[in-house]
Design a protein around this ligand. Structure first.
Ligand code: HEC
Length: 150
């Protein structure tokens, strides 16, 4: 019995070593991701203010997003947030570099939200659109939403 207990302990030790190794590898991977994120240029809306994009964006929004974020982003039938408010803080800033940085941050947040969708504690609140909507159409939606800002 004593021997078995020791074996079990030895087994436990082996597992915890493996756990520690896995944790170290994960931490390393996380650091690499952070380093990559710091290096990656932030993608900005390339179609801001483009009338063709604004028109296409409204159509794409109403076809894909309206069931949760409301027709013309003006009502919230399935509890999606009010997307007209996304740049509310930026609009309060004086026109200039700080406001532009604010918008760029929101471009990045918007793109990430749409590509990855929204999941909380494993429950999907919004589907991922990566591979569903072309990037150009996602930016068109953002261009249109920017004209709806309030
Ligand atoms: C099935 C419902 C649903 C659909 C369809 C949907 N969304 Fe969402 N979306 C949500 C919900 C719910 C949230 C809030 C989730 C959260 O914060 O956890 C959200 C959050 C967002 C956010 C972040 C907003 C913020 O203030 O943080 C953006 C941006 C967004 N959606 C854009 C879109 C776009 C663009 C489309 C269409 C391509 C779309 N969504 C389609 C349900 C949906």
């Amino acid at each position: 019995m004593a021997v078995r207990r020791n074996e079990a302990r030895a087994g436990g030790l082996a597992w915890s070593w493996r756990g520690a190794l896995a944790a170290a590898l994960l931490a390393g991977a996380a650091m690499d991701c952070l380093a990559d994120a710091a290096r990656a240029p932030v993608e900005q809306n390339p179609r801001r203010g483009d009338p063709a994009a604004i028109a296409a964006g409204q159509a794409a929004f109403n076809a894909n997003c309206a069931r949760c974020h409301g027709v013309d982003a003006a009502a919230f039938p399935a509890g999606g947030p009010d997307l007209r408010r996304l740049d509310a803080y930026c609009r309060k800033l004086d026109p200039g570099p700080l406001r532009e940085t604010c918008r760029r941050d929101n471009d990045a947040y918007f793109l990430e939200s749409v590509l990855l969708g929204k999941k909380r504690v494993g429950i999907e609140h919004m589907p991922a659109w990566d591979g569903v909507l072309p990037r150009d159409e996602i930016w068109a939606i953002r261009s249109w939403l920017e004209t709806r800002g309030r």
